[in-house]
Design a protein around this ligand. Sequence first.
Ligand code: IPE
Ligand code: IPE
Ligand code: MG
Length: 240
Amino acid sequence: MIDKTPLSIPRHIGIIMDGNGRWAASHNLPRVAGHKEGAVAVDRIVTACRERGIRVLTLYAFSLQNWVRPAPEIKALMSLLGIYLKSERRTILDNDIRLTAIGDLDSLPNSPRKALLDLMDESASNTGMTLCLALSYGGREEIVAAARALAVRVAADNLDPAAIDIDLFSESLQSRNLGPLDLLIRTSGELRISNFLLWSSAYCELYFSDKMWPDFHSSDLDEALASFSSRNRRFGGIGK
Ligand code: IPE
Ligand code: IPE
Ligand code: MG
């Protein structure tokens, strides 16, 4: 019998792209080679998500906590970001993708930051899919910043504390335009969130893959999507 159940597609997917370093080590290569191969995986998964009708894709590219890594690795990652943005420009513009970013963008070196802001500008009116890069991003820091912004308004007598609710808080977050996360994918076999979208992941479905990020292909994405469509999301209720 043919299954006529409509496949439910997540609106917003977030990916913790982990395992570049271990991929490199397993190929006897320096860690940076893993990051380079990781950028190739970004290109194919962005295209695959666009083809599958995903509305929002948030990629965890660099966490606030990643700044503790050795300086040469950080330098290589930032330079790869600039290279990626240049080589990805046509894919983004030709596929009607809008590029956005969350995180402490001011902390990025000038050259990749300018490439990022330019491409965000250029793609601002695209509507096919939103691609959000989480760069120098931390979920707890994002929540603290929102709380601080609301506290400033309260202190200035511009806001009644009683008016602070889930909606107002959501609107105060840097990631406010992305909407709730539906599916969170993490590669590399690690079973943790590592300070990714903490607020919007409240009711997301979790999917962990043992593949290292450079080995993640569209077939792996399809497995994650199939798993998602088989889930019964109850949001506290009693479900279907
Ligand atoms: C993910 O791969 C990329 C970033 C965090 C920037 P890692 O560099 O964390 O790779 P592993 O976890 O060491 O294998
Ligand atoms: C999470 O990976 C951050 C990114 C993928 C950008 P990490 O490799 O930094 O996470 P931990 O340190 O294993 O938790
Ligand atoms: Mg890692």
